[in-house]
Design a protein around this ligand. Structure first.
Ligand SMILES: C[S@@+](CC[C@H](N)C(=O)[O-])C[C@H]1O[C@@H](n2cnc3c(N)ncnc32)[C@H](O)[C@@H]1O
Length: 237
């Protein structure tokens, strides 16, 4: 009952495109909880256990990552985890900055890429990109991360993305899209509140231009984010 009331308040703010009190006072999906959860996580599968299928994963790389992340660029990934997308990003990077709230995923990525001089490792407070210079990054990628990050911290990352992107840079960001629109309830997927409309409004407030928003890709949109009702926003500076 309490959850239903809270979800209705969140939905109203999402319709009104405001990061209002229901979003700002959201206590779950905090940086400290994310740090605890992902430090303790069993990473032996390196996150590959979250792929809907091998085809789904390959199509996301081909039709989304390679479509939007320019070759030979300075790339920043928020929340690399076990490096599920990081090798594909590195193949397109002259420089790859991996940023995570937990040291554990950064250690795992160091095992994969440690000797590669193009890769840098940054531990964040959960909403910032410390030590990353203004206008130094061509492309930002974040998948399966902001869906678990509290709304105010998502807004904090948008502040930082607007700061670190070069003019003409691009960000590809996966986030939640409304409450309980997937095959399982939002709380079961530990989804943090957001919608594509509100995310676009927050990006625009920070001077970012929303290029497109989508929830499926590949031939006839065969692959999608319908399990949890998420979306991907591509925005440029
Ligand atoms: C579900 S895993 C996804 C990992 C990887 N992106 C993937 O798709 O396989 C979430 C990752 O985001 C990181 N993370 C969670 N909250 C974060 C935050 N506020 N800032 C940066 N990283 C965060 C976690 O430590 C973990 O590495």
């Amino acid at each position: 009952m309490r959850w239903a009331v809270q979800d209705r308040r969140l939905e109203r703010e999402q319709r009104e495109l405001v990061l209002g009190p229901a979003h700002r006072r959201w206590r779950d999906n905090s940086a400290s909880e994310n740090r605890r959860r992902w430090t303790e996580y069993d990473w032996s599968g390196r996150g590959e256990e979250w792929n809907a299928s091998a085809e789904w994963r390959a199509a996301l790389v081909e039709h989304v990552l390679e479509r939007w992340i320019p070759a030979d660029s300075a790339v920043l990934e928020i929340g690399p985890g076990g490096g599920r997308w990081s090798a594909s990003l590195l193949a397109r990077s002259s420089r790859l900055v991996l940023v995570d709230v937990s040291a554990r995923p950064l250690e795992l990525c160091r095992e994969l890429f440690g000797a590669d001089p193009r890769v840098e490792y940054v531990q964040s407070s959960g909403n910032d990109l410390p030590g990353v210079a203004d206008a130094s990054i061509d492309a930002v990628w974040s998948f399966d991360v902001l869906v678990h990050v509290a709304p105010a911290d998502q807004a904090g990352y948008l502040d930082e993305i607007a700061r670190v992107l070069v003019p003409g840079g691009i960000a590809v960001l996966h986030h939640a899209d409304g409450r309980n629109r997937g095959q399982v309830p939002s709380r079961v997927g530990w989804r943090s509140p957001m919608s594509r409309g509100l995310f676009a409004a927050l990006a625009a407030e920070r001077g970012l231009t929303v290029e497109c928003q989508f929830d499926s890709w590949g031939p006839n949109g065969r692959h999608d984010l319908s399990a949890f009702g998420d979306a991907i926003t591509v925005c440029g500076r």
